[in-house]
Design a protein around this ligand. Structure first.
Ligand SMILES: Nc1nc2c(ncn2[C@@H]2O[C@H](COP(=O)(O)OP(=O)(O)OP(=O)(O)O)[C@@H](O)[C@H]2O)c(=O)[nH]1
Ligand SMILES: [Mg+2]
Length: 326
């Protein structure tokens, strides 16, 4: 399976787990003897307050940092996330984590100040208890946000890792026309498999390097092989997210006897994909070894003919794209 670009998001603990973790750390704190019993307890209490603060705030800061901010996400990912969960709620939950983390720091600082001024063990313990109470309730207030973010993470990990900034070619065409065979000829073994959200399909993401350019090729079996209008709403939206990726479609026609689909119906699919995705399309005819030529670009993945011509078209296209991006 291909790693998702969201693989680095850490596990989201539950409120109670966060508290248990920090309480068990804090319980181990023991200061060596000091001038007096009061001085020893004072040191321990201060240590407990700042240790608890450090554990919890560093965890929340890590979450806030590792969950991608929606402002930085490419529209392709944002569109898919939007289908998976409430993106606004996601933003709010993350900012609550941020705010709680700041609150805990402030409370810790204020409490430590009071402890420093305090005199009696009774006072220290009362302040510590008060601090624990406030921190616990702040963390418990995040219960639903943490559960929600954990679900977001599970969903995000299922998104295939497509690099929207690379020159990209998406292979489309009716079933069995030779999409995967062409992919194999173009990219060799540098291919990752991923499931595409809301479809039962896998997509294959491959790379090739030519003239210092890295090119991404995506094979979409079962995704762009029948009219998008025949999909249910959510499947259609998931497929339409591909629109966000600046790409060119390599559309494969099969005119051989093997083909299950008439040339006419393949032409219809071509038009349908062109109008739904609104992308530039390269017409490629496959299985040259067993077909009569119809299209200009005529390849055989089996006999490795015509691939060079297609590659040069792709490289030219990719070169143009990277010029525009400069
Ligand atoms: N003779 C010949 N057969 C080919 C060629 N390319 C593919 N095939 C055959 O056509 C069949 C389908 O090839 P695939 O590459 O799996 O086609 P696909 O479009 O990926 O199929 P789906 O993913 O099922 O839609 C296989 O039996 C291939 O061996 C070719 O250039 N020449
Ligand atoms: Mg295939």
């Amino acid at each position: 399976m291909a790693g998702s670009r969201f693989d680095r998001i850490p596990t989201v603990l539950r409120s109670q787990e966060i508290l248990n973790k920090s309480f068990s750390k804090v319980a181990k704190i023991m200061e060596p003897g000091a001038r007096s019993f009061e001085a020893k307890v004072k040191k321990e209490v201060i240590d407990k307050i700042s240790t608890m603060e450090a554990i919890i705030t560093s965890y929340f800061r890590k979450l806030v940092k590792k969950f991608p901010s929606t402002d930085e996400l490419h529209p392709f990912y944002l569109d898919l996330l939007d289908l998976m969960f409430d993106v606004n709620k996601y933003k709010i939950s993350l900012s609550k984590l941020q705010r709680t983390s700041e609150n805990i720091s402030n409370i810790a600082t204020a409490t430590i100040k009071k402890v420093k001024k305090g005199k009696t063990v009774f006072e220290f313990n009362r302040l510590l208890k008060g601090y624990y109470g406030r921190v616990s309730s702040l963390v418990k207030d995040l219960k639903n946000d943490l559960i929600f973010l954990s679900e977001c993470r599970d969903n995000m990990k299922r998104i295939p890792s497509i690099d929207p900034n690379l020159p990209t070619f998406i292979i489309a065409g009716a079933p069995n026309v030779g999409k995967s065979s062409l992919m194999q000829s173009l990219t060799g073994s540098d291919v990752k498999v991923a499931t595409y959200p809301f479809t039962t399909q896998s997509i294959y993401i491959g790379y090739l390097h030519r003239d210092g350019i890295r090119i991404q090729v995506i094979d979409t079996p079962g995704i762009l092989d029948r009219p998008v209008s025949k999909r249910n709403v959510i499947e259609r939206k998931a497929i339409l997210a591909l629109k966000d990726i600046d790409s060119v479609i390599i559309f494969i026609f099969d005119a051989s006897q093997e083909s299950y689909y008439s040339y006419d119906s393949q032409e219809k699919l071509f038009n349908e994909i062109q109008s739904t995705l609104g992308k530039e399309m390269i017409r490629v005819q496959s299985k040259a070894d067993i077909s009569e030529q119809v299209e200009d670009v005529f390849i055989s993945a089996k006999k490795k003919t015509g691939i060079k011509k297609l590659l040069s078209i792709m490289i030219k296209q990719a070169g143009n794209d990277s010029h525009e991006n400069r």
